[in-house]
Design a binder for this molecule. Sequence first.
Ligand code: CTP
Length: 419
Amino acid sequence: MKKHLITPDEITKEQHEVLALVNKVKESKRLNNLEETYSNLQSTNQIFTERKIESFSKAEEKVSNFENLFPGDTSISITEPVILYVDGVFDIIHSGHFNAIRQSKKLTDILYVGVNSDEEVFAVKGPTLLNEKERFELVKACKWADKIIPNTPYSSSIKFLDEIGAHYCAHGDDMAIGADGVDAYSEIKKAGRMKIFKRTEGISTTNLLGRIMMCSEQNNSHTQIYKPLASKFLSTGWRLREFCNEKYPQEGDKIIYIDGAWDLLHPSHIQALEEAKKKGDFLYVGVYDDTTCNAVYGYGNPVLGILERVCNLLALKYVDDVVIGSPRIITEELIKNLGVHKIISEENVYMKNENLEKDPYEVAKKLGIYETIKVENGLNNDFYVERFMKNKDTFLKKYEKKSQSEENYEKTKEIVKEI
Ligand code: CTP
């Protein structure tokens, strides 16, 4: 691997500290010193969570700009970080996509995420529910992605990897077939530059299309009894921990709270969370349980089960922690126990089917800690059903074709260990 020498004053003290620790981890791993690796990893993780990943990325950029060696005894040596590229359509982004990005990040130092262009996807898979700009906005909010590349090709090539400066490419253990009917990653696989991770069971865009389709069939009859829509996503404790930030508010932090259903993520959700996070230092996101969501939003809601919604939120960079099954009516007890300084809600909270006796934010209003934010477009869950209905026949055909190939994959897949 290429080595650079760089004088410590070329990078900031903070970046230097992070890079030095990353090097220490690599060195202790190379020497197979497990105890030392573990303690170095702990310190590195602490720095990454405290001071953000940008520190490392910026330092890496500077290092990679160095073509010459710098002499002098104050120099430190830095090994070039590995860059991995993972791409996808990421339509109706879900916990399987986030888990793919999470696993990819574990395989590399720096992760580039490519969002396939509408044109390329249309040629292979037909229309998407979200367009390339919306899909990009959602992927951009993911905490494990260091750089997002828009409008990427569906079938990757060595030329493309070299152009973007990535060493490797990654994909789930399912096969992706390009417009020409050939494995979309065959060239990269042959060159030994492909990494494969476990595809997450029980959730896919096709599966969500099916669930949206069920909603569209029922969505006019709010009086019907709610039946949770089938979900086979396995939320193990281990996986939840992998998604968690393992973070607690620090002394002096301004604590913000925002709640909601957070069903099928759309760009308005991201905007609301980004705005809420800007109001303070630590953002708690309250997530209603399935029954509460149903009471608030009506038949067919939520499309995602509570743990699928929790995983989605924990994958986002604006969310520090979640309150799983948060109460619809915010109590003084909740405010006190979490140490909340400000309760945020959208200006036009959407309550399609709700018949509440009490304003859920009454206590917060009385305490003078309630604030609203304005979110452009104000998209709600019906947005997905509306998009589906606009192109119903095409989506139905797509659903049928893709569910068949997913079923075949399920039958023949080998078990790959999740990382
Ligand atoms: N992926 C995954 N687990 C899932 C779904 C997708 O690990 N349950 C991975 C894919 O293997 C791929 C990446 O996420 O590496 C992006 O997938 P995408 O291109 O969006 O499409 P599909 O693989 O068809 O998945 P989906 O139908 O859910 O969009």
